[in-house]
Design a protein around this ligand. Sequence first.
Ligand SMILES: [Zn+2]
Length: 301
Amino acid sequence: MRKLLLATLLMIPAAVVSAEDGVHAVNAVAGVAPPAADETTKPQAEAKPAIDCTGKLGVSRVAEVDTTGGGDYGEQYPPTKLLEKGEVVITFDDGPHPTFTREILAALAEQCTKATFFQVGQMIKSFPEISKEVQAAGHTVGTHTWSHKNMGAVSLDRAKSQIESAINIAEATLPDGVAPFFRFPYLSDPKRVRDYLASRHIAVMGIDADSFDWRNRSPDKVFKNIFSALDKSGGGIMLFHDIHPQTVKVIPEVLAELKARGYKVVHLVPKARVETVAVAEPEPMRNPLRRSTKHRRAVKR
Ligand SMILES: [Zn+2]
């Protein structure tokens, strides 16, 4: 199964430096990583002029995460060596969204930077082309359950079905496969489910800095939230959602401000692709976009 990781490794610049905590620092390159422009690409690339990455946020390094035996990252877990002070990881949950995700991708491309998207299984099923565009743009794709169920409120069997169904649709959709990176909806992470993920060699990606973009409709407020969180944490894994208009509006300013404040973006990539297991798909599809709106009001966190 480890052979499958070759595709991912090809994207990685040079020497793999071994480090602890299952994280390998892979090269430090100054503000690099041009957006995946001229490879075997995308129809829409042709009309656009190449983006000049000079002075842009960029990616300071790629961190290859070894998920053998799982791994828990983010402030709610014991400290790891994933990131140095001043380093950030940009993450988006709940997509792919038929319109907003593309706008987020454009903002990231404009700053020549890379993020991780935790996609919901039924959203991938509804909008597979958008899901593929995220990967084609060079971002990392992990999963976020099939239909955004609270893993603390369902049986272990149901949790497994939610997790595996999302992985299966992602694997079936994405040419390069899906990363063994998982984010819990509502960050609700019962031990039994974390143990299961560890047994599947899937890492739990928590957060260090929340933009609260799911409950604040004002882009200004989202901007203030994320930077006050970063002021406290000094960096870390940042949480946004690519399903909200306020996030689309504010993200260009957020990226510019990260650059102005000297934060360094780390792009997380998996050491190996996830291995799939057969499972029956849960609930029949309803309108997944309805959930997106309800989500904002329903969640506690
Ligand atoms: Zn979510």
